[in-house]
Write a protein that binds this ligand. Structure first.
Ligand SMILES: N[C@@H](CCC(=O)N[C@@H](CS)C(=O)NCC(=O)O)C(=O)O
Length: 199
């Protein structure tokens, strides 16, 4: 199995975190800068990372990849079994992508400081506003670590590099971060450049 992955992108990071959580052996091809590997250009019509190759199967879009990995490697399971709870987790994934992922994408792509400040503020307020959800259970919506946590953690990890401080405003989020960031899988998922994102 091969994963084309950027060492700094949070979409790639959530995929690496799922691979680490399930202890899956994978060859990681580091994709940096404007020059993309020829293989990736041939395999993925959108030329995006992450892209996963598993024998004849080529997958792109981190959501498609992490759901595939969870079904292909069922242990430990990262989604609940019951259809109602599964649907609630899928809705949470959708909302995190729609709100936090798109704001983080906007912030990273911002071409002027005013636009960056607007995205930064919206992202910070949106995360702080969900503090009570973090307080309710050990992990997000659950007592078990899940795909939702694999999706949230890469964003929370990047907050200092975005100039966002939620720790001093929301103790439940600080506790959650300490818990998730100290997991062996989370530490294993980090690239060198990601390790440098937090002092
Ligand atoms: N929805 C996609 C987004 C992936 C994405 O935007 N990847 C960026 C790197 S963080 C990329 O490959 N950008 C290059 C491009 O769009 O040409 C996913 O979840 O995989």
């Amino acid at each position: 199995m091969t994963l084309f992955s950027s060492p700094t992108c949070f979409h790639s990071h959530r995929t690496r975190l799922v691979l680490a959580e399930k202890n899956i052996s994978v060859e990681i091809v580091k994709v940096e800068g404007p020059e993309l590997p020829e293989d990736l250009l041939d395999l993925n019509p959108y030329h995006t990372v992450p892209t996963l190759v598993d024998r004849d199967l080529v997958l792109y879009d981190s959501r498609v990849i992490i759901e595939y990995l969870d079904e292909r490697f069922p242990h430990p399971p990262l989604m609940p079994v019951d259809p109602v709870t599964r649907a609630q987790f899928r809705l949470a994934l959708y909302r995190i992508e729609k709100d936090w992922y798109s704001l983080a994408d906007q912030l990273e792509a911002a071409s002027d400081s005013k636009q960056a400040a607007r995205s930064r503020k919206m992202l910070e307020e949106s995360i702080v506003a969900s503090s009570e959800v973090f307080r309710a259970r050990r992990f997000f919506l659950s007592d078990e670590f899940s795909l939702v946590d694999c999706t949230i953690a890469p964003i929370l990890w990047r907050l200092p590099s975005y100039g966002i401080d939620v720790e001093s405003r929301a103790q439940p989020i600080k506790n959650y971060m300490n818990d998730v960031f100290s997991r062996r899988s989370f530490q294993d998922s980090l690239t060198e450049l990601e390790q440098e994102m937090r002092p």
